[in-house]
Design a protein around this ligand. Structure first.
Ligand SMILES: [Zn+2]
Length: 125
């Protein structure tokens, strides 16, 4: 059975491969189900709840692919959520908290992608 994890990422084409590579290496995952929005951390913090359309996609990853780990990603030079690095990191963690409340059975991690496209783990819920 292939091992899947779930990732809520930006749609920015520069971040997909670094994030997939890092997750596969660190978490022994074969497949990363990638769910994207423009500035995912901003998308989540600016909404009261996790939108139904997003939950539907997360649920497919959890229920059909058997994932139990969810990553939330923010990155440097984000056109979809143009705030400074400190604010991004805060918003990633707030987003992770929001996701954890909906999916308490999952491990939820916040990640930051730097200007050198390196991944930094921000926290685990
Ligand atoms: Zn972005």
């Amino acid at each position: 059975m292939p091992k899947f994890v779930t990732c809520l990422n930006c749609m920015d084409g520069r971040v997909q491969l670094p994030v997939i590579g890092w997750i596969r290496e660190k978490y022994d995952a074969e497949h990363v189900d990638m769910i994207t929005e423009a500035g995912m951390d901003g998308f989540l913090v600016n909404r009261k709840d996790v939108p139904e359309e997003l939950r539907k996609k997360i649920n497919i990853s959890l229920e059909i692919h058997g994932s139990s780990v969810i990553f939330i990603v923010g990155h440097h030079d984000c056109g979809g959520h143009p705030v400074d690095e400190l604010t991004h990191k805060k918003h990633v963690l707030e987003s992770a908290d929001k996701i954890k409340k909906v999916y308490p059975g999952c491990a939820v991690y916040g990640l930051w992608v730097s200007g050198l496209w390196q991944i930094e783990k921000l926290g685990e819920l």
